[in-house]
Design a binder for this molecule. Structure first.
Ligand SMILES: Nc1ccc(F)c(C(=O)c2c[nH]c3ncc(Cl)cc23)c1F
Ligand SMILES: [Fe+3]
Length: 300
């Protein structure tokens, strides 16, 4: 009908079940599974949970960006260039791997036993013109993340803007990444650029997404909702009478529209570029020089 002309509806719903990744880590992978290999420009969305000594020991990246957003606990990261740090609860690391990074991402082995470190890691592809840029980090502590509240809706702005509040993250591939918490009975109508691919990933509670007239799609935690094209905004409600807040992320990005060839943590445009990348990594060249004599402390 006419009033759907500008609403984006849920066209696919995926439950992200747990799988093993890294060294003893557990991830709920939604984007990046065989049913949803690539949602341009998004390569992977992992909801991870890891406790020491498990983690993601030394590994490379080339040709894309990783966005790590901690929900509970913390992750220590260190790379072969000597860059290291802690991403604490509520904090964010936007890593543009570009031409190449070798790093480890390990939970701190907390003295008082097992601590569950949970978070989200989103892999965003880079266009061919950015694939070999110098690696660069943008790191924001929880207290410095743009956050605002209105009519029972709290929003943490990871990338993009909401209600005039902007994130300070500079995105190469135009991206929005908003962390919404809706109190019971509240709702949002959020604009999304018309041609962007967009999805919702539910973190807590349950809610409805899409259009009030159509059989809108209810969804609970660990579900990914793909939003169809043909509209410029998302409507969502926390209609649950359980009194629980609804927490979800809304992520959107401008499709890159180039060929994508992925080999694990390498994402280029052609198989030849992947073969070259593997050769560079094996021979410590073209951005992987420092990896030759480097081992992380956390993972050794
Ligand atoms: N290639 C490859 C293969 C296997 C991996 F596990 C990884 C990897 O590091 C991660 C996969 N999801 C993740 N979520 C959170 C964090 Cl902190 C790291 C990862 C990786 F890069
Ligand atoms: Fe990594």
């Amino acid at each position: 009908g006419k009033n759907n002309i500008n609403k984006r509806l849920v066209v696919k719903k995926l439950f992200a079940r747990q799988q093993h990744e890294g060294f003893g880590a557990v991830v709920r992978r939604s984007i990046g599974r065989f049913e949803l290999r690539y949602f341009d420009p998004f390569l992977v969305l992992d909801e991870f949970s890891v406790s020491a000594p498990a983690g993601f020991p030394d590994h490379p990246h080339r040709g894309f960006e990783t966005v790590t957003y901690m929900l509970e606990g913390e992750i220590l990261h260190e790379d072969c260039e000597g860059h290291k740090g802690v991403i604490r609860e509520g904090g964010l690391q936007w890593m543009t791997a570009g031409k190449g990074i070798v790093h480890s991402e390990m939970p701190s082995s907390n003295s008082n036993g097992i601590t569950h470190n949970k978070g989200l890691q989103l892999w965003i592809n880079l266009s061919s013109k950015h694939k070999l840029v110098e690696p660069i980090y943008q790191e924001i502590e929880s207290k410095d993340i743009a956050e605002t509240e209105k009519d029972g809706v709290r929003v943490r702005i990871i990338a993009g803007e909401w209600n005039g509040v902007k994130s300070k993250i500079c995105t190469r591939t135009p991206t929005m990444y908003l962390d919404f918490t809706l109190s019971p009975g509240s709702r949002i109508s959020q604009s999304i650029p018309f041609h962007w691919n967009a999805f919702v990933y539910v973190l807590e509670g349950q809610g409805h997404f899409g259009d009030s007239k159509l059989q809108h799609s209810g969804a609970a935690a660990h579900h990914l909702l793909l939003l169809g094209l043909g509209g410029d905004r998302l409507e969502a409600w926390n209609s649950s009478d359980s009194g629980l807040p609804l927490r979800f992320i809304l992520v959107g990005g401008e499709p890159i529209g180039e060929p994508m060839v992925q080999f694990g943590p390498f994402v280029m445009n052609t198989q030849e570029e992947i073969d070259q990348t593997i050769d560079d990594f094996d021979n410590f060249r073209n951005g992987f020089e420092k990896a030759r004599h480097w081992k992380s402390q956390a993972a050794s």
